[in-house]
Design a protein around this ligand. Sequence first.
Ligand code: ZN
Length: 266
Amino acid sequence: MIRSLFLILTLTSATLGAWMGSASKLHSENLPLVVIDPGHGGADLGAIGVNGVFEKDIVLDFAKSLKKQLEKRGTVRVLLTRDRDIFLSLEDRVRFTRKQNGTVFLSIHADTITATADIRGVTIYTGDDRPSDAEAARVAEAENRSDLGLAAPEGKIDTSINDILGDLMLRETRAHSILLAQELASRIADVVQLNRNPVRAAGFRVLRAPDIPSVLIEIGYLSSKNDIDLLTSADWRDRTSERLAAGINEFISRTRVNAVQTPPSP
Ligand code: ZN
């Protein structure tokens, strides 16, 4: 009798545990999805710092820190387009984000400054066929070169939208991207040096998802020894990514973009 009571209790708690496990899995699957994209990777080193450090490594470390800060809050799911040192084409990154039904997309980069550049400090870019200024166009051109000479498949990013509301959707997505960029810039203003025009736009190929607010963040400059010291400091990374995580959360809760995923129709 006692033994069967024990068995019933054990079974009940196992069933309850399994039910609670699947309920929390279901809950987490409904959370908005943040896709973080560490730029470059594999044979594509990105920019090379004055001390020989590679952009592809710096941005991967930063992306992991941002993922950790976002997951701590428990309000979003997070996926990285790459979590190790592999090459991904720009198209792969956009395709992955759309396939996963991402709520927002953030590409992380750390450029070098050319002698003529007037860009100093962190800059957050949104995608636009018409660049906001010549420097933004130069940065986009440099980042778009990622695929050249490497094993990137030729072909266009599929930006087709199947209804006549496509144009409106694209405009709304771009407006949201600008809102996201502004929110992030204001959140990090007191932990990083911001560019005097911190939110800019240009034709970045990786920001071409027509339905997902997308930004590209240049977190620092590898041509500056001071910036490299900051970018390789775990403390700076954690502080900056904590602010960005707060900004991403604020943006998602304010706009509720894709906050509730609708199940596919039968
Ligand atoms: Zn880059």
